[in-house]
Structure formats: structure tokens, C-alpha cells
Design a protein around this ligand. Structure first.
Ligand code: ATP
Ligand code: MG
Length: 146
């Protein structure tokens, strides 16, 4: 696990981007920015499970709406590998609010709104490892050890 610390991040293509047909454009942008897609799957997640993922936001005014949105359709979680993965991927996706996100970032190009903002990226190396285990509990250990 130590070897991968700082070198992986967890991303999720959110339901708005999936519905709008942006899986491929987002993957191409991610690949062109130097990320290796180590693991990827499509899944529809329950409100209960995504509430656990976004536990840190439970008290925020937007929590219920965020949970409803994230459980409303297919999402695409993926483990991305690159040196400086967390920071570089946050730069690639841009600000949480697509209106503020820099031109050419994934959220600038593909987001629908502040809530429906196309993509998730882990915000620290510790959370990246935890979030990768959250979505890929059975296989992540093999990846990390290999
Ligand atoms: P993410 O964790 O999804 O990568 P982020 O780290 O940029 O996004 P957070 O503050 O962690 O932003 O918020 C988590 C998600 O909650 C946002 O991506 C967005 O979908 C939603 N969200 C955040 N702030 C607001 C808000 N003020 N109003 C509505 N939705 C919001
Ligand atoms: Mg966040």
C-alpha cells in the first residue's frame, strides 16, 4: 500500500455526465493528461451507500439533494494512477462550481451545475486510498501489491 500512496486517486463520472454521453470524452481527456486507468466499473449505487461515501457532507444543506442525484443513475468509479495523482487530477477537473472552473477543465466542459458537476476527484492522498477501497474492496489489494 505504501508504494501507491500519492500515486493513485479515485474518480467518479457522475450521473449527469453519463446521461449526457460524456464517458468517452472524459476518459480521453484523462488519458491524454497522463493518467493510467487501473480499475473501472459502471454501477448504480444506493442512497445508503453513497451517503457513507459523502459522510463528511452530512450536515451540509445540499447533502440530501447530492445523495438523490448520485443515486439517480449509472456512475463510473475508477482508480487512476499517475505521479502526483490527487493534485494533478483536481487540476484537470477544475473548481467544484463549473462557472468558476478554468476553461478546458472537465467540469468547465462537461458539468451541468454546481451539484451536477460531472466528476469527482479525491482531495487528499489518504482519502484517495480509502475511496479506492470503498469502490473496489475485493481487488484493490491485488492492484496495490502488484
Ligand atoms: P467532489 O468531492 O465530488 O470531487 P469537490 O471536492 O470539488 O467535489 P465537495 O465540497 O467535496 O466538492 O462537494 C462534494 C459534491 O457536493 C460536489 O462535487 C457537488 O456535486 C456537491 N456540492 C458541493 N457544494 C455544493 C453546493 N454549494 N450546492 C450544491 N451542491 C454542492
Ligand atoms: Mg470533495
Amino acid at each position: 500500500m505504501i508504494n501507491y500512496f500519492g500515486k493513485i486517486t479515485l474518480s467518479i463520472i457522475k450521473p449527469d455526465a453519463v446521461k449526457n454521453g460524456y464517458i468517452c470524452p472524459i476518459l480521453i481527456k484523462t488519458f491524454n493528461a497522463g493518467f493510467n486507468v487501473k480499475l473501472i466499473k459502471t454501477v448504480k449505487i444506493s442512497k445508503n451507500l453513497i451517503s457513507k461515501f459523502y459522510e463528511e457532507h452530512r450536515k451540509k444543506y445540499f447533502f440530501n439533494s447530492l445523495i438523490k442525484f448520485m443515486s439517480s443513475g449509472i456512475i463510473v468509479p475508477m482508480v487512476l494512477e499517475k505521479n502526483n495523482a490527487v493534485k494533478d487530477f483536481r487540476n484537470l477537473i477544475g473548481n467544484t462550481d463549473p462557472i468558476i472552473a478554468k476553461k478546458g477543465t472537465i467540469r468547465n466542459l462537461y458539468a451541468t451545475s454546481l451539484e451536477k458537476n460531472a466528476i469527482h476527484g479525491s482531495d487528499s492522498n489518504i482519502k484517495a486510498i480509502k475511496e479506492c477501497i470503498f469502490f473496489f474492496p475485493n481487488i484493490i489489494n491485488n492492484i496495490i501489491k502488484s
